[in-house]
Design a protein around this ligand. Structure first.
Ligand code: X90
Length: 281
């Protein structure tokens, strides 16, 4: 029985962080457009260059989800595939993956393929990938439906809280409603947002200054669920120092098991923009 764990490049996971004798891992790249230039969000993409290009580009920037065929190629490779995508309410990626699934099942009805909407992105997807890997390693021949149900339950238990210095790309690309008061940031006010259970973006609070922002984020995390023993992943866009301070705050405030820091890949860098912090737990 061969297994492929598939995701899209919004997952902020790199192949080097995945090693398993029981399953392969593959992240399908989204396409990032900055002015006239197109970047594929592969592991080779230099996110510093991307951020620099975005900072100087005056015309519209946008992104595009992978083609169904890109998912189909990944699903063809194994007997069983589990796929996690960025929230279907933010991107067509989930839809593309479902179409890719149909394409493969038409030719190979014996294969088993499950596509799960993460209703989030970034760290929440890393946690889903790791849980899938652990379940496969524990029993590669398990009942496929039971495996998918366990992961759907785990998805529903995950939360995402984030703070960005700049919401321009999310707002300009129609992924969230404009914020009231665009001068907020220049006044030292940080906007804190979270993922709704439907996988949309919700502005939950504002805080003045970095210390209060991280305190409030940890508080919101505690209010959103019982964080006892939770594994926390902070994706940061070019902001290791901020991520480390937020980690400290989380460890002081909440009974979590661990907090890991990972740099954003291209898609999350594109939307989180310089200094953004996304917490999945
Ligand atoms: O299909 C596409 O072109 C991709 C569109 C992606 C749009 C949003 C990405 C946001 C990533 C901010 C963290 C948001 C976490 C909340 C999830 C509900 C960066």
């Amino acid at each position: 029985m061969t297994w492929n764990i598939v995701s899209d490049s919004s997952c902020d996971m790199r192949a080097a962080q995945f090693s398993s004798g029981a399953a392969a891992f593959e992240a399908i790249p989204l396409c990032l457009r900055v002015g006239e230039k197109e970047y594929w969000d592969t592991e080779e993409l230099n996110t510093q260059e991307l951020l620099a290009a975005m900072a100087t580009e005056k015309t519209a920037s946008s992104t595009a989800c992978p083609a169904p065929a890109a998912f189909a190629r990944a699903f063809e490779k194994a007997d069983r595939s589990i796929c996690f995508t960025i929230s279907a309410n933010l991107s067509g990626t989930y839809n593309a993956a479902c179409l890719g699934r149909e394409m493969v099942l038409e030719e190979h009805p014996e294969k088993k393929i499950c596509v799960i909407d993460s209703k989030s992105t970034a760290g929440a997807m890393i946690l889903l990938i790791r849980r899938a890997k652990a379940l496969i390693e524990a029993d590669p021949d398990m009942d496929f439906e039971a495996f998918c149900d366990a992961l759907r339950m785990y998805q529903a238990s995950l939360r995402t809280v984030f703070t960005l210095e700049n919401f321009d790309n999310l707002i300009k690309n129609g992924r969230m409603r404009p914020l009231v008061g665009t001068l907020l940031h220049s006044l030292g006010i940080h906007v804190i947002a979270d993922a709704t259970p439907q996988g949309t973006i919700h502005v939950s609070d504002k805080a003045r200054g970095e210390v209060k922002t991280y305190k409030r984020m940890a508080q919101l995390m505690g209010e959103s669920k019982d964080c006892t023993g939770a594994e926390v992943i902070i994706s940061h866009c070019n902001n290791l120092e901020g991520a480390a301070r937020l980690k400290q705050q989380i460890l002081e405030s909440l009974p979590v098991k661990s907090v890991e820091l990972v740099p954003c890949r291209g898609l999350c860098s594109f939307y989180a923009m310089d200094k953004g912090l996304i917490v999945g737990f």
